[in-house]
Design a protein around this ligand. Structure first.
Ligand code: ADP
Ligand code: MG
Length: 242
């Protein structure tokens, strides 16, 4: 059974058809990088997988649970699929550790001592154990994004969705966030990553998907995708980002 199965997904905003029949199957442990021009529907696709957007038609199944099935608990889906955004959205009045432990305490109903231990373990994983008691405004953008990743991991997701996680960062801070993502990938996390970091795609992705105007125009393993794109539109896009 695939971890994520998307069948003939269509999404409209009013009269605007943004996703025009997406079929996509992602295996457990697979790292899929989604690329495409601005406005092509990449964020909408990720948001549908997490049910931050309602589907107009079609079906999405995450870890065996259909998102369109009325009996599926949406909060459960949101903990199965963690999402990391371009903007980190940390709570400014909470320390790093409190940001990370909020989910386990509220959603997983973990005891505080256990949540703190787990939170410290996650901060260690993202290289920020020494920042546990610091507030977000004392962190760099790269550190904030690493806390945001730790916060998502705190719900023990089966899938991690990343929507341009390094786009808001100064160039010198991009690498530290990509390193954390590479570690997750190596550990076998199923990941769907929207990014313009083609080096990351080349190194880490099992598959690169090119979304063009609401459809998957082509997909291939990175070596093949970058060396031999099949469509002129893909070549044009790659010419702009590489
Ligand atoms: P990408 O992430 O590839 O840049 P998006 O998925 O954000 O693209 O957007 C795809 C299209 O959907 C764009 O035309 C955008 O303006 C439109 N769109 C996205 N979200 C909304 C919304 N909430 N309401 C109306 N239109 C939207
Ligand atoms: Mg987007």
């Amino acid at each position: 059974m695939p971890m994520i199965e998307i069948k003939n997904l269509h999404k409209y905003f009013g009269d605007l058809e943004v996703l025009k029949g997406i079929d996509l199957s992602i295996e457990q442990g697979e790292v899929v990088v989604i690329v495409g021009a601005s406005g092509s529907g990449k964020s909408t696709l990720l948001r549908c997988i997490n049910k931050l957007e309602e589907l107009t038609s079609g079906e999405i199944i995450v870890d065996g649970y259909s998102l369109t099935d009325k009996s599926t608990d949406i909060n459960m889906i949101r903990t199965e699929a963690g999402m990391v955004f371009q903007q980190f959205n940390l709570f400014p009045h909470m320390t790093t550790l409190q940001n990370v432990t909020l989910g386990p305490l509220k959603v997983r109903r973990m005891k505080r001592a256990e949540a703190n231990n787990f939170g410290m373990e996650l901060l260690k994983k993202v290289g920020l154990e020494d920042k546990a008691k610091v507030y977000p405004d004392q962190l760099s953008g790269g550190q904030k994004q690493r806390v945001a990743i730790a916060r998502s991991l705190a719900l023990r997701p089966k899938v991690m969705l990343f929507d341009e996680p390094t786009s808001a960062l100064d160039p010198e801070l991009v690498g530290e966030v990509l390193e954390v993502m590479k570690t997750l990938a190596r550990e076998g996390m199923t990941m769907v990553v929207v990014t313009h970091e083609m080096g990351f795609a080349n190194e880490v992705a099992d598959r690169v998907i090119f979304v063009d105007d609401g459809v998957i125009l082509e997909q291939a393993p990175p070596k093949e995708f970058f060396s031999n794109p099949q469509f002129e539109r893909t070549r044009t896009f790659l010419g702009k980002v590489q």
